[in-house]
Ligand binder design. Structure first.
Ligand code: LLP
Length: 421
C-alpha cells in the first residue's frame, strides 16, 4: 500500500495534488511520501517483534538526508556500503551502534573512519578484507565487531544482475569454508566475532530461497558455536521484493517474511538484523515527468517525456517494468492506446516501455512512474548534461524540496580548466 492515489480526478501524494508540486518545482522530479516510508519501516519492525532485532535500512536504495532522518526518527538502523554512505548516516544523526557496514571492497580509509566514528559491525566479505580490518583496529587500539558474510550458494530466482547468493557471485565467502575463516578471524587481534551475515539478492518474490539460505545459516550458527565462537547476531540481509505491477505480482508481505525468519532462526536466541532497501523506499516514491511531444512514428506512437534513462536507469539496465500513470485521472470509457514511452537521450536504450497501453495523452500532460522510490534518484546521472532532478518529500499537506535541481552553471562550474588552456 502507498499514499499516491487519485482523489477527485487528480493524483495526490498524501494530501497534496501532484500537479501542484509540478507547477512549483518543474518536471521531472522524484516525489516521496513520508507516510509510506514510515509505514514500510514499521511493517518490518513489527514483523520481527517476536525477538530482539534491528531493521537497518539499506540506504543505497534512496539516501537523501531527509529520507534517512525520517527513518532514523522511527528507530531505524542503517546498512551502508561506502565511506560516503557512512558519512550520510552520521550526518542524519544515526548513532554508530546502529550502523552496519557491508560491501565487498571496504578501503583502509573507510574502515578507519567507521572505527573512529562508531560502528555496530562490519560485514566482512573476504579474508584479505578481514586482515585489513584487524590491522586498522589494532592501529587504533580497538577491536572491530564483525560478522562474516557467507555465500550459501542459493538461487535467489531474481534478475541475474541483482542475484548475489550463488557461488559464482563475487559476494561473501563460500559457506563450506566458513569454519576455517571464522577460526582465522578469532585469532586476529583486532577483531571481535559477533555473528554471521548473509544476503542473497534483491527483488526476491518468493520466500523459499530466503528460507533455504537462513536454514544454512542456522546450521552454521550451531557448528560455529560448537567451535567455540560466540554467535549472538544474525544479519539476514535485504532483498524482499515489491509489486511493480498492480495486476499479477504478489510478493510475500513483511509479516510472512518475519514469520519465516522466526521459523528458520528463532530457536537460536540471536539478535536478528535485516537490511531492507527496496521494500521501504520503492513504493514510497514516484517519478513525475511531462510529455514533451507525441510523435507519430512508423506504425507506432511515441510519448517523448522530459524524464530520461539518466533519471531512471532501471528499465534500460534491468529491463525493469514501472507502471506509468497519468497525473490527471483518465475519464472513464476512454479507449487506451499503445505508446512507446521514451526520453530525450540520444540512445535507443532510453526507452521506458514499449507498446504500453495508456489513455490518450497530449503534450504538456503529466505522468507518474510508480515504484520509483528505490534505486531511482540514487542511480541517476547527468548524462547528456541533464541536471540531476529534484527530490521532494511530502508529509500530510506539506511538501518540501529535499534536493534542488542544479543550474547549468552549477554543473559547468564543477569542471576545472587547466592553467595551460
Ligand atoms: N544488503 C546488501 C548487502 C545489499 O547488497 C542490498 C542490495 C541490500 C541489503 C538491499 O536489498 P533490497 O532490500 O533493496 O532488495 N539497483 C538494483 C538493486 C540492487 C541491489 C543491491 N544490493 C535495482 O534497481 O533493482
Amino acid at each position: 500500500m502507498d499514499h499516491f492515489i487519485y482523489q477527485n480526478g487528480a493524483l495526490f501524494a498524501e494530501d497534496v495534488p501532484v500537479a501542484e508540486i509540478a507547477a512549483q518545482v518543474g518536471t521531472p522530479f522524484y516525489l516521496y511520501s513520508t507516510a509510506t516510508l514510515t509505514r514500510h519501516f514499521k511493517l518490518f519492525d513489527e514483523a520481527l517483534d517476536w525477538g530482539p532485532h534491528l531493521v537497518c535500512y539499506a540506504m543505497k536504495a534512496a539516501s537523501n538526508q531527509a529520507i534517512l532522518k525520517t527513518l532514523a526518527a522511527e528507530g531505524a538502523g542503517m546498512d551502508v556500503v561506502s565511506g560516503g554512505e557512512y558519512a550520510r548516516a552520521i550526518a542524519a544523526g544515526v548513532p554508530g551502534e546502529r550502523i552496519v557496514f557491508s560491501g565487498v571492497g571496504k578501503t583502509h580509509d573507510e574502515i578507519k573512519a567507521a572505527l573512529s566514528g562508531g560502528i555496530r559491525q562490519f560485514n566482512v566479505e573476504s579474508e584479505p578484507e578481514m586482515r585489513v580490518i584487524s590491522e586498522v583496529a589494532v592501529s587504533l587500539g580497538v577491536q572491530a565487531p564483525i560478522t562474516i558474510r557467507v555465500n550459501p550458494d542459493v538461487d535467489a530466482k531474481t534478475h541475474a544482475k541483482i542475484a548475489t547468493g550463488k557461488s559464482e557471485n563475487k559476494f561473501g565467502i563460500p559457506i563450506a569454508r566458513a569454519r576455517e575463516v571464522y577460526a582465522e578471524a578469532a585469532r586476529l587481534p583486532g577483531l571481535k566475532v559477533v555473528g554471521i551475515d548473509v544476503h542473497i539478492g534483491s527483488q526476491l518474490t518468493q520466500l523459499e530461497p530466503f528460507e533455504q539460505a537462513y536454514g544454512k545459516v542456522a546450521e552454521l550458527t550451531e557448528a560455529l558455536r560448537a567451535d567455540g565462537h560466540e554467535i549472538t547476531r544474525l544479519d539476514l540481509g535485504g532483498g524482499l521484493g515489491i509489486p511493480y505491477t498492480r495486476s499479477n505480482e504478489a510478493p510475500p508481505l513483511p509479516t510472512e517474511y518475519g514469520a519465516m525468519v522466526q521459523r528458520a532462526v528463532g530457536h537460536l536466541g540471536c539478535e536478528v538484523e535485516i537490511e531492507p532497501g527496496r521494500l521501504i523506499a520503492g513504493n514510497a516514491g514516484i517519478l513525475v515527468s511531462k510529455v514533451i511531444y507525441v510523435k507519430n512514428g512508423e506504425g507506432r506512437d511515441f510519448l517523448i517525456l522530459d524524464g530520461a534513462m539518466n533519471d531512471l536507469i532501471r528499465p534500460a539496465m534491468y529491463e525493469a517494468h514501472h507502471d506509468i500513470i497519468p497525473v490527471r485521472e483518465p475519464a472513464p470509457g476512454l479507449e487506451p492506446q499503445p505508446y512507446d514511452i521514451v526520453g530525450p537521450v540520444c540512445e535507443t536504450g532510453d526507452t521506458f516501455a514499449k507498446e504500453r497501453l495508456m489513455p490518450p495523452l497530449a503534450a504538456g500532460d503529466l505522468v507518474a512512474f510508480r515504484s520509483a522510490g528505490a534505486y531511482g534518484a540514487v542511480m541517476a546521472s547527468e548524462y547528456n548534461t541533464r541536471p540531476l532532478i529534484p527530490e521532494v518529500l511530502v508529509k500530510g499537506d506539506q511538501f518540501s524540496v529535499i534536493r534542488p535541481r542544479p543550474t547549468y552553471e552549477d554543473m559547468i562550474n564543477r569542471d576545472n580548466i587547466p592553467e595551460w588552456l
